[in-house]
Design a protein around this ligand. Structure first.
Ligand SMILES: Cc1ncc(COP(=O)(O)O)c(C=O)c1O
Length: 423
């Protein structure tokens, strides 16, 4: 009888096994899927030990806020834990529309619609709004969810060099189909690099080529602008100039889900046709209530936004003064420390963990090998001492890791022996 088809036969599976084997050979423990035993904020407890934590998007320190927790509990008491089917089928709960109206207000938009996942929002909306005869021009470092949506749409996908408006302008000019539609997609605050695009220039480019401009605000909401309303707030531009605002509820708003805000006709259309809305369950009431309560706190307590920016600026300045490569980060809430290699990033993250700091490495293939890094997420709740201590430890451990070169030849010999023994 023929053997059963195994996932282990996939090329990607073999690659993962190789990477794990190399890490084990180098004595680097797997840093992913760590179990946190409580709320992960500026600190977290892992394996009974307390760590200073730079691995959560809890930018405003709102996770676990009593008002948010109470709102989620009240929603459970009233509506239960699920709406059990899509909103067209199972009907609305008032909290859905209240949340959508609040998000629309924040973006100066006519309306908004929430989906159960941020990733799913991009896939479903882009995948459905564009089609075969269209073009999607996007930043080369755009989030995976946008790439997946673009692939699903069947449109021609054209990346431009990171943040480069002139390249975007030129590529849109060269590829925009005469009869099709065009979408220009950027992020408000790039999640890997902590840098920001020149929004006014991108608005002008979108208008020039009669393209929709879509801005993913996943990491901008709660962080950018004096009120934390995102990149339009930072640049002081009229948010109605952006055709499609996208955001997630999982980061500053400490819930789960995604949304699109824009003109009423866009929202109305998506609510009738976007598969991720029409054929997927409505947001769980406690998740919607938590996001709504968090939004209220963001509006009422802008000092949280100022604090996360102050913390980010301090971290960035100290790291830069110490000679670390922080890329183009503006120091709002995301600071990468680029190590220039995955092995070094893995070792540095492990060394930090052993010294009480939880920070995740970003390794190839998530980024190109020379762009491997540690990524620090700052929150409004980090204090100055935690930041100063962390950068001091980072400089010490970086010197140690740098002076201990990785024996790549030994890794290659080990992997070669492994491949021979398994063939
Ligand atoms: C830029 C960007 N867009 C979309 C998403 C997906 O959001 P979610 O994690 O809420 O599904 C993320 C997640 O990190 C992101 O960074």
């Amino acid at each position: 009888m023929a053997s059963r088809l195994s996932v282990a036969e996939l090329e990607g599976f073999r690659e993962i096994r190789m990477i794990r084997e190399a890490a084990e050979f180098l004595g680097i423990a797997d840093p992913f899927f760590r179990v946190h035993e409580g709320i992960a904020g500026a600190q977290t407890v892992i394996g009974g030990e307390t760590y200073v934590n730079f691995a959560s998007y809890n930018y405003l320190g709102l996770n676990g806020h009593p008002k948010i927790t109470a709102a989620a509990k009240a929603a459970i008491d009233r509506y239960g834990t699920s709406v059990s089917a899509s909103r067209p089928v199972s009907g609305e709960r008032p909290v859905h529309r209240e949340l959508e109206q609040a998000l629309a207000r924040l973006h100066g938009a006519e309306d908004s619609v929430v989906f159960v996942g941020g990733h799913a929002t991009n896939v479903s909306v882009i995948g459905h709004l564009l089609g075969r005869n269209d073009v999607i021009v996007h930043d080369a470092l755009i989030h995976n969810s946008i790439v997946q949506g673009a692939i699903l749409s069947g449109a021609r996908r054209v990346p431009f060099a990171h943040l480069d408006c002139e390249a975007a302008d030129r590529l849109l000019g060269e590829t925009r189909p005469r009869n099709g539609h065009a979408l220009l997609v950027i992020e408000g605050h790039y999640s890997m690099d902590g840098d920001v695009p020149d929004l006014p220039s991108f608005i002008a480019i979108a208008r020039r080529h009669r393209a929709w401009l879509m801005v993913d605000e996943a990491h901008a909401l709660g962080v950018l602008g004096a009120r934390g309303f995102g990149i339009a707030d930072r640049f002081g531009v009229d948010p109605r100039e952006v055709d499609i605002w996208m955001g997630t509820l999982s980061k500053s708003l400490v819930s789960c889900g995604g949304y699109i805000a824009g003109r009423a006709e866009l929202v109305d259309y998506l609510k009738l046709v976007a598969p991720g809305f029409v054929f997927s369950v409505g947001m769980a009431p406690p998740a919607a209530a938590a996001a709504l309560a968090a939004l209220g706190l963001l509006e009422r307590e802008p000092e949280r936004v100022h604090r996360v920016n102050e913390r980010g600026t301090l971290f960035l300045r100290l790291a830069r003064e110490g000679g670390l490569d922080v890329g183009g980060s503006i120091g709002a809430s995301i600071v990468p420390i680029i190590t220039g290699g995955s092995i070094r990033a893995g070792r540095l993250a492990q060394a930090m963990f052993q010294r009480g700091v939880n920070v995740q490495p970003i390794l190839y293939p998530a980024v190109p090998e020379r762009a491997a890094r540690l990524r620090f997420f700052l929150t409004a709740d980090h204090d100055e001492i935690q930041i100063r201590d962390t950068v001091r430890i980072l400089l010490e451990e970086n010197r140690r890791v740098t002076s201990d070169p990785s024996d790549l030849a030994a890794v290659a010999r080990h992997l070669g022996r492994m491949a021979l023994s398994s063939s």
